[in-house]
Ligand binder design. Sequence first.
Ligand code: BES
Ligand code: MN
Ligand code: ZN
Length: 489
Amino acid sequence: MAHLPTLNHTTDSLDRIKADAISIGIFEDGSLTSRGKTIDGIINGQISSAFGRGNINGKEGETTIFYSDHALVIVIGLGKSEEFDTESIRKAGGTLAKKAIAKKFAHIACENYGGKSIASFGQALAEGLIMGSYQFNDYLIKKKDELFELEKVTVSGGSIPGLEKGVIVANSVCFARDLGNHPGNVTTPTRLADEAKKIGRKGKMKVVVFDREKITEMGMGGLAGVAAGTDEPPKFILMEYWGTKKSVKPKVLVGKGLTFDSGGISIKPAAKMDEMKFDMCGSAVVLGCMNAIAALKPKINVVAAISSTENMSGGKACKPGDILTAYNGKTMEVLNTDAEGRLILADALSYVSKHYNPAFIFDFATLTGAVLIALGHIATGIMGTDEKLIETVKKSSEKTGEKVWEFPLWEEYCDQIQSKVADVQNTGAPREAGTIAAGAFLKEFVGKDIPWCHFDIAGTAYGVKENPYGPKAGATGNIIRLVLDTLDV
Ligand code: BES
Ligand code: MN
Ligand code: ZN
């Protein structure tokens, strides 16, 4: 497991912990916590002297190592004390984890930076430490001896329930990153289904998986149509978690699990096609959330649905011009086989709308290249039919630091996906508002009056610039923390 799996907690002072290094924080005004002052005293006031001389300034991201006979101390800049929030402590944790790995310290101890024993701060610290320790090295066999992992972190002080929750949430994020980073020949639809079953066993969930035959027989024409071009078995995965009375409407999570998107007959250019192994990151968000739910067992009801297949151009592949019939009976004209995500989501959205009485539906998908043009790798594009639901999403986004930006689903856009020969077509106006056209398409498959929010994560699921607790490259596990927050997990 190439990330720190858990944390140790103690109320002992840092100098009593046996570790390769210990870490405290310093604010821009030079202030230290009481634990920090103790450590400064033990190394003869080196830290306060360095601050006094202006050698260190406490700015966010600053890391300084003080060497002494008594202790090796990593001092992390925490920024302005009046601006110190959960995102600051999450970054501090991530910064420390990365520094420890760079310096090859296997066991470190740190204080609860800032000294506030609040659950949300404990959670954020744990998230930062564990997410920051993540590396994906599973296939670097020749370089094995050069690789280094952080093995143990002991936190002195802080909220224990907060730290424990953060450990679970961050493990779920790392799990989702792994699913994304493993190549398409490993993270197959079958593998996603197996992971769902494993989570189900841990969390007393009912997990049902439909295979190609069942998918076809049930009338999931979108998923069956896209899967027609590949020999790899497609899967439709359903998970039910009942944490409270069955009469309480479930919150529903839907994910795009396209384990490799070649574009199909409308084939993609060769450059960067390898990145299309990440086209299952929507399903990784769903599985990451369900993994956290399995461990935290919140008193809510949650249903998850994942449509999973490859998009290839085998002999039976669906062709431009083909018309498929979705689970809700609507016909879909395939103008471009590369707009396959919406086709497979159409079935999942129709299925959950019909069989559950959702409190709301969230869907997650690396759906359009256009969202990257609009928002870059900075924010997830969101769209929906319910203002209140979108507001809650935006609130959670502010809390977790995972940015979202809303696009309008105006009627004029919805008109763009009306087909001349079928109920809908899978592309909008050429080169115009592609992200919204995709959202407008999905809207056709969400049951009337069900609050719904679509998350286009094509820009944020991978390829994001490194941040203190994010990976250098590859899958990010982004928005799992946001979703868990809106779900009240
Ligand atoms: N999986 C892609 C979207 C994508 C593109 C994600 C680039 C990440 C990076 C999706 O299936 C797709 O190919 N969408 C097409 C739709 C178009 C044909 C209407 C696109 O965005 O080009
Ligand atoms: Mn595609
Ligand atoms: Zn795709």
